[in-house]
Ligand binder design. Structure first.
Ligand code: GLU
Length: 494
């Protein structure tokens, strides 16, 4: 079914680097919009000046671009519903807050922090500024109109609070969670406008969702407790609320919500920028995140972003928390990495090698090394370790491998092989010839292949396992290989 005019939004606060949970929210919004021929809006919720982090908005934009989730409307675009930064919409919130005061759904409150603290102390920790207590506080419901006007005109600090009705129930149908009910008595009279003249999240969020024509609010479960407050605001304004869909929490493999600390303990990166900097495949993270709380209802697991757009349904999003599985993410990354052409990976590979102070060689050499290593790594960050021997001659030899490979007759065998292949000059120094030479030597000596192949691998790479040995030797080239074998024979003699 196609719902006409679907408009969804991703509404991050620029309070830090974009989190993978945020990227999943953006992704689900994007997919829902594409699936339904709708519009994906990016709105920056930057009304909390204390928590504002320089560079965070740029990080959000860069992360979305990297993941292929660019918004149809957002800061810098002319979507017709802008501006898309809340800090540029203050006037609107002021106007709507005043409207609520006028219609009797909100009121001015002049209580100082100390007065609220005193009230809390009198009542205890259960104190709420609500239908029961508001009559004893200093606000436009208890003060005379003249006094309210005097306080306002003399510039006394005030907030505007929502008048939460008594004994009411707020119920709504959530597309993920089903029927959700809250008692209004559990909710206190929300501050809508702060004393600095800026709106709170609740007011700005509701006003903007309404003003921007948002039809579906798709966001993380941590916002579920805010939903009834928003519903009360929609009611107070007399607006139809958008459809709600609260996405399941992302859980740690060790149990519980995936906090920063838990993520660190599990070696999980939580900021999208870490994946970018470690040269993950964007497709892999997208595919992985799509499955973190959703599945297509069959066994398929591999979907490009375009394919996801065709199959994504909100009613297949699960209610229960989704466990972050690092191995699964690596599996996805390996899949998309191996589908790449080594030439495309050159800049990223160079950057990863540079992190380890490794010299990458020319493009042809590096592409050759990547080609040989691709099946053996899951992320490009593993390239320097898995392929160290391509970029640097071994200085040491893996002890276990030496024990296994280097026997009393090894030096003789390997020297014979060395003499054989020294005769292969220029283009003749290639995998098939190098292999044929090895076969000839073992045949003559009447020994098994491993007897010579293992020591040669050890001499050339320093380790006991790796990509195809003869291809590796061809790529390294005659001089390098002869030099490495020669010095291994010297170092490993006796
Ligand atoms: N600004 C909120 C956030 O940072 C938006 C929550 C919502 O989508 O309503 O996630």
């Amino acid at each position: 079914m196609t719902i006409s005019q679907v408009r969804v939004r991703f509404a991050p606060s620029p309070t830090g680097w974009l989190h993978i949970g945020g990227l999943r929210t953006a992704l689900y919004n994007y997919l829902f919009a594409r699936r339904n021929g709708g519009t994906f809006v990016l709105r920056i919720e930057d009304t909390d000046q204390k928590r504002y982090v320089e560079g965070a908005e740029a990080d959000i934009l860069e992360s979305l671009r990297w993941a292929g989730l660019e918004a149809d409307e957002g800061p810098g675009s002319n979507g017709g519903y802008g501006p898309y930064r809340q800090s540029e919409r203050s006037e609107l919130y002021r106007r709507y807050a005043a409207q609520l005061v006028e219609s009797g759904h909100a009121y001015y409150a002049f209580d100082t922090q100390e007065e609220i603290e005193a009230a809390r102390e009198a009542v205890g920790e259960t104190f709420k500024y609500d239908a029961i207590t508001r009559n004893k506080m200093k606000n436009s419901l208890t003060l005379s109109e003249a006094e309210v006007q005097l306080r306002l005109s003399s510039g006394e600090p005030y907030v505007i609070r929502l008048m939460v009705p008594v004994g009411d129930t707020v119920a709504f149908e959530d597309m993920v969670r089903g029927k959700v009910r809250f008692e209004a008595s559990e909710i206190d009279d929300q501050v809508l406008m702060k004393s600095d003249g800026l709106p709170t999240y609740h007011l700005a969020n509701v006003v903007d969702d309404h003003e921007m024509g948002i039809t579906h609010v798709i966001r993380g479960e941590e916002w579920l407790p805010s939903a009834p407050k928003h519903m009360l605001l929609y009611r107070a304004f007399g607006w139809t609320p958008p459809v709600m869909a609260h996405l399941p929490l992302i859980m740690s493999p060790a149990g519980g919500k995936l906090s920063k600390r838990k993520a660190e303990e599990q070696g999980i990166m939580v900021n999208v920028r870490d994946y970018i900097q470690n040269h993950y495949e964007a497709q892999a993270l997208v595919n992985f995140l799509a499955f973190l709380g959703w599945n297509p209802g069959d066994e398929r697991e591999l979907f490009t972003l375009e394919e996801l757009c065709e199959v994504f349904e909100l009613d297949r999003v699960s209610k229960s928390g989704a466990v972050f599985n690092n191995d699964k993410l690596s599996w996805y990354n390996a899949h998309y990495l191996r589908a790449r052409n080594p030439e495309e990976l050159l800049p990223a590979a160079r950057a990863e090698l540079a992190k380890h102070g490794m010299e990458a060689g020319d493009d042809a050499f590096l592409a050759g090394a990547i080609g040989l290593l691709l099946e053996r790594i899951e992320t490009l960050a593993q390239l320097p370790e898995a392929g160290a021997f391509f970029f640097k001659a071994p200085e040491q030899y893996d002890e276990k491998a030496v024990k296994k490979a280097w026997k009393a007759d090894t030096a003789d065998l390997i020297n014979t092989y060395l003499a054989e292949i020294s005769g292969l000059g220029g283009a003749a120094f290639e995998a098939a010839a190098l292999k044929a030479a090895l076969m000839a030597v073992i045949e003559k000596a009447g020994v098994g292949m491993g007897k010579l192949m293992l020591p040669v691998r050890l001499a050339v790479t320093g380790v006991g396992g790796g990509p195809d040995l003869f291809q590796t030797m061809q790529l390294l080239g005659r001089e390098e290989v002869l030099g490495r074998i020669g010095s291994a024979v010297q170092k490993l003699a006796d």
